[in-house]
Design a protein around this ligand. Structure first.
Ligand code: PHE
Length: 342
């Protein structure tokens, strides 16, 4: 009887351990655990017949059955670990991410083309040894006109060109008043550059009421027109990133004497003549000149000892020519299809 039971238990162990190792899901495994080792499970059923045995035999078979139970529990546990591992691997495989795929195309911001040219200009002048200067956008008549030798009846003061504030202030019509602020505060040698916003009461295809200029001023002993030409030439070469010819046409500004208008080789036709340069091969790019002694007088700089040059250029114009932008209004519309191109 006892012998038979041992055999039965051994057979049960063999069959159930195979079944456990063949189980393929955690749910199946749980079912088997109930089926083999549960309260109403197969092993319990076998042990129910134990009552018919002698106490010694019962003890022996009981111990054997417990060993079997422990063995099977161990097999259950390791199978459970295997199945859990397999489950994790299956999940990893099914949710595998292809890290080489392109990311979702997030819109990336970029600097406005005008600001790119603004920053580039500042960098160029810094590297040439100029300091960056600033002045107020709301000026007084004195700084915007008077100290720059623009007399009271000068057409530039016309209500049609200049915005006045209710308090009698002037929205600066150019960056030249920064020259006055700097020369009031610093004694020569002075090398400054002032980029900034200016305002003119003007609005059409090629004019906006607000635009940007960059002003340069260099004052020292012995400064002459050759220095002006060299700095202008170098600035244009660096900002347009190509070799350019320049030409200085005599002109007039109340605050410079002599004054000139600078033309540079047309960047669209390389000087051959095209629609943009009106077949001349040249593009007008800035105003400049030697600081007028009348200006020095306002800031107490002795024009017998010192001389200087100044120039002012429109940043929108430089940007349009650099990138081939043909409509000024594009700068202010902030259409991302336009801005994305830079
Ligand atoms: N301020 C002048 C303008 O706005 C430009 C200029 C600056 C000319 C400096 C000469 C010297 O047109």
């Amino acid at each position: 009887m006892a012998h038979e039971l041992i055999e039965k238990i051994t057979e049960f162990e063999n069959l159930s351990s195979k079944a456990i190792q063949n189980s393929s899901t955690l749910a199946d495994l749980q079912d088997l655990r109930v089926k083999f080792l549960g309260k109403k499970g197969e092993l319990t059923q076998i042990l129910k017949t134990l009552g018919k045995l002698s106490p010694d035999e019962r003890k022996e078979i009981g111990a054997f059955a417990n060993q079997t139970k422990d063995k099977l529990s161990g097999i259950f546990d390791s199978q459970e670990i295997e199945l859990k591992k397999a489950e994790v691997n299956r999940l990893i495989a099914s949710q595998k991410q292809d890290v080489t795929l392109n990311a979702y195309p997030y819109a990336q911001g970029s600097k406005h083309p005008l600001i790119q040219v603004y920053d580039l200009s500042v960098k160029i002048f810094r590297e040439l040894g100029f300091d960056i200067a600033e002045g107020p956008e709301i000026e007084t008549d004195y700084y915007n006109f008077e100290a720059l030798n623009i007399p009271a009846n000068h057409p530039a003061r016309d209500m049609q060109d200049t915005f006045y504030t209710a308090e009698g202030g002037v929205l600066r019509t150019h960056t030249s008043p920064v020259q006055i602020h700097v020369m009031e505060e610093q004694k020569p040698p002075i090398a400054m550059v002032a980029p900034g916003v200016v305002y003119r009461c003007d609005s059409d295809q090629t004019h906006t009421p607000m635009f940007h200029q960059i002003e340069a001023l260099l004052v020292d002993k012995g400064i002459h027109f050759g220095h002006l030409k060299a700095v202008v030439q170098e600035f244009l070469r660096l900002v347009f990133e190509r070799d350019l010819q320049t030409r200085f046409r005599p002109s007039f500004f109340p605050f410079t004497e002599p004054s000139a208008e600078v033309d540079m080789t047309c960047v669209f036709c390389n000087g051959d003549g095209c629609r943009v340069c009106k077949k001349t091969g040249w593009l007008e790019i800035m105003g400049c000149g030697m600081v007028d002694p009348a200006v020095f007088k306002h800031v107490n700089i002795d024009s017998e000892v010192y001389s200087g040059f100044a120039f002012g250029a429109g940043l929108e114009r430089i940007t349009m020519l650099k990138y081939g932008i043909n409509d000024l209004r594009l700068f202010f519309e902030n259409d991302v299809r336009f801005l994305n191109q830079f």
